[in-house]
Design a protein around this ligand. Sequence first.
Ligand SMILES: *Cc1c(COP(=O)(O)O)cnc(C)c1O
Length: 229
Amino acid sequence: MGMVAENIEAIRARMRGAAERVGRDPDSVRLVAVSKRQSLEVIREAMACGQTVFGENYLQEAEEKVAALGQGLAWHCIGHLQSNKARIAAEIFDCIETIDRLKLAKALEIRLAELGKTMPVLVQINVGGEAQKAGVTPEEAGQLCRELQQFPHLRLQGLMTMPPFFEDPEESRGYFRRLRLLGDELAAQGLLGRHGMVQLSMGMSGDFEVAIEEGATLVRVGTALFGER
Ligand SMILES: *Cc1c(COP(=O)(O)O)cnc(C)c1O
């Protein structure tokens, strides 16, 4: 068995274990394989293991990979997106996890309408309030979610976050919990959950099990799956 196959099997087992520890259905959590700066070869290895959802940060790189690897896969945008790149993003992605401002949403809506395509989206939350990170504050989230309701081609499905980095994953737990509570609050206001289960994208290589214990429905794992970039 190749390295990617071994890693993916181990990650799936750890994901299942984390869900079961807190009495969650393991099938309610999906693995987003973060393939940024990884070769087509290793991505194909993951595909051979049945992996279909991939996360990319950089538009040009994503465009090349989507063109090379074709259909049947779901590509999630997990990086910062410029409004003037909305046309390409609307074409190549299957989900945009990083909606953080109205201007970007407007630009995407225009392009999606032209394509006749609807796009599942998540609002990116800066749970740690870090100056260098994208995302709206938890306090601003309600307003952006409300504004997104006016765009018929955007399907607001939930929230995404990247908390501050800690060596000890237990230190991330409070931030993940905060995202889940925010999701509950926005769902209670009727702003989330109109398009099925509320999605929470949180947890990476170092802390995805804690994120699942706190309610993640999408975990974004790169290094633990593909190795160092
Ligand atoms: C790179 C990246 C990941 C994956 O990080 P790993 O630590 O390699 O698992 C997840 N989410 C986002 C937003 C990223 O940019």
